[in-house]
Design a protein around this ligand. Structure first.
Ligand SMILES: *[C@@H]1O[C@H](CO)[C@@H](O)[C@H](O)[C@H]1NC(C)=O
Ligand SMILES: *[C@@H]1O[C@H](CO)[C@@H](O)[C@H](O)[C@H]1NC(C)=O
Ligand SMILES: *[C@@H]1O[C@H](CO)[C@@H](O)[C@H](O)[C@H]1NC(C)=O
Ligand SMILES: *[C@@H]1O[C@H](CO)[C@@H](O)[C@H](O)[C@H]1NC(C)=O
Length: 486
């Protein structure tokens, strides 16, 4: 022990025993590092294994005694029931499902991950095989900060979620009056306002102009290549961007500042028929997100038009989805926005869904597009079923991204006590899905019975219209949903 420094000794209290073993007798230790260092970086060759003279000590039991942890409701139910296990409040949660004597987890571990992802930590018995990761929390993304406290943005693309090849997302915050710099990009941009209000502005190929103010719940769309700016109004804002390219990067957009800085100064002067002096005060480096002067309250003052006029309303880049009445069904409500009502956003179809506690967005799949999902409120789980025999269950909460490749089947179950609100985005001309309820409800009863060995009474309950959401029960251990409680 005499070689340990004071620092190393204090580490002994925190580090596992094997990190600082008693030094082998035979080893020759020659401290050669800086003052205060001791020991040697490598051990002696005599520690090589398959050597009967090395005695391995008997370790104490690794089993965590039952009095040192708590089980959550449902943890000892049959594994194939796969009831949702809420680990958020139990002491020292353990990966037990079904058999209460199944192995405990002595660590190392970070309990916060296990509590948030109980279906990964303790999968339902029905999960099988290998299905690609379907979850990325924006909370694990690098957050890039703008100039002088003007905002931030973090992204999810194939670097974070490799399965998400068709779509990528950005979560952006702008301080009061701050700008997202005038820019354009290779991918098309679909956006949902999450909080606050913002003014957006663009010019298209015909020289038609566009300006509008957006508030929480509204949607905008900028086709690929169309230059636009985004400026927060007086209370700042936060929004979500979805791009039709999984490789999109917020760090690789085309910026007006860089456009002028990356061309010869004489060319820039010639282009505008001015002197190079005009651009003496160009910003040094990109602006990206930066503080702005307050926009005029009256939007008409920023309604610039040329001979081509404004972008016709039919082709508007915005849709005030916040003012759309939701379609209500037992267990929740839905707002669909797709090119049927927002024609410029070709290929972008979305549903903003609210699911009451205990209820579930029913089992379904999409026929032509992957699904990019964002969770605005509450908590949920989703199982991806992938042909022929794989499935995996993931848990989500506010600020997470989910991704389900076409045509994998999935559901979204509210696993919390508050309404679940999430956004489904498809790259499709129409928002559509195949409802498992309606599919079987419109299949001849005999065929359903021959496949599933169910009785006539059950088949007669299958709906012929799409329910979207199925009411459930706030008690997530319930097994009989014949009479559902909203
Ligand atoms: C916006 O953020 C504020 C501050 O956190 C919050 O009180 C408010 O509910 C949010 N609004 C919406 C629409 O989420
Ligand atoms: C801008 O002005 C045009 C008419 O020139 C009008 O059609 C359009 O609605 C105006 N935009 C806004 C946001 O008021
Ligand atoms: C929830 O349902 C399970 C299964 O029916 C039952 O054992 C349990 O007592 C219920 N819990 C509550 C809080 O009602
Ligand atoms: C399920 O609940 C319904 C309604 O309470 C009841 O009629 C039925 O017998 C129950 N089914 C089973 C298998 O317990």
């Amino acid at each position: 022990m005499r070689f340990y420094s004071a620092y190393a000794s204090s580490c002994l209290l925190l580090a596992p025993a094997w990190a600082f073993p008693a030094l082998p007798q035979a080893s020759v230790i020659t401290p050669s590092g800086p003052p205060g260092s001791s020991g040697s970086l490598r051990g002696p060759q005599s520690l090589l294994g398959n050597n009967p003279s090395i005695a391995v000590p008997t370790e104490p039991s690794t089993v965590i005694p039952p009095e040192d942890f708590e089980l959550a409701p449902g943890q000892t139910e049959d594994t194939d029931l796969g009831v949702y296990i809420d680990l958020s409040k139990v002491k020292n949660p353990q990966p037990i499902r079904g058999d209460p004597t199944s192995p405990t987890d002595p660590g190392p571990r970070t309990q916060a991950y296990d509590r948030l992802n109980s279906d990964l930590y303790i999968p339902p018995g029905t999960d099988a095989g290998d299905a690609p990761n379907a979850k990325w929390p924006f909370g694990l993304s690098h957050n890039r900060h703008g100039l002088a406290g003007s905002g931030w943005a973090r992204q999810q693309n194939v670097d974070q979620l490799p399965v998400a090849k068709a779509m990528a997302g950005v979560n952006m915050r702008l301080s009061p009056n701050a700008y997202r710099e005038l820019h354009w990009h290779k991918a098309s941009e679909w956006a949902l306002m999450l909080n606050g209000s913002v003014r957006i502005q663009a010019v298209n190929e015909q020289g038609q102009t566009f300006v509008d103010d957006m508030t929480a719940g509204d949607v905008w769309f900028f086709p690929r290549g169309v230059p636009h700016s985004i400026q927060a109004l007086e209370n700042g804002c936060e929004f979500l961007l979805v791009f039709d390219d999984g490789e999109f990067s917020e760090d690789e957009t085309f910026l007006v500042s860089e456009l002028l800085e990356r061309n010869p100064e004489t060319v820039v002067a010639k282009n505008f028929r001015t002197s190079t002096q005009t651009f003496n005060k160009l910003p040094d480096g990109q602006l990206w997100i930066f503080p702005g002067t307050p926009p005029p309250k009256n939007i008409q003052e920023q309604n610039v038009t040329g001979p081509a006029g404004t972008i016709p309303q039919q082709e508007s880049y915005s849709y005030h989805l916040s003012q759309q009445e939701p379609y209500r069904v037992p267990g929740g409500s839905i707002k669909i926005i797709d090119p049927a009502t927002f024609p410029i956003a070709k290929q972008f179809s979305a549903a903003l869904v609210t699911v009451e506690p205990g209820a579930m967005r029913e089992m379904h799949w999409h026929t032509t597009s992957d699904e990019w999902t964002y969770f605005l409120q509450g908590s949920a789980r989703l199982t991806v079923y992938q042909a022929p025999a794989a499935s995996r269950t993931f848990d989500f909460s506010a600020g997470d991204v989910g991704y389900v490749p076409v045509p994998n089947a999935h559901y979204l179950e509210n696993t919390g006590s508050e309404p679940l609100v999430f956004l489904e985005v498809l790259l499709a001309d129409t928002y559509s899905d195949i409802s498992v309820n309606q599919w079987l409800g419109l299949t001849p009863a005999q065929i359903v019975k021959d496949h599933l060995n169910v009785d006539d009474a059950f088949v007669s309950t299958l709906p012929k219209t799409e329910p979207f959401i199925m009411p459930g029960n706030r008690n997530l251990s319930t097994t009989n949903f014949t009479e559902t409680v909203e």
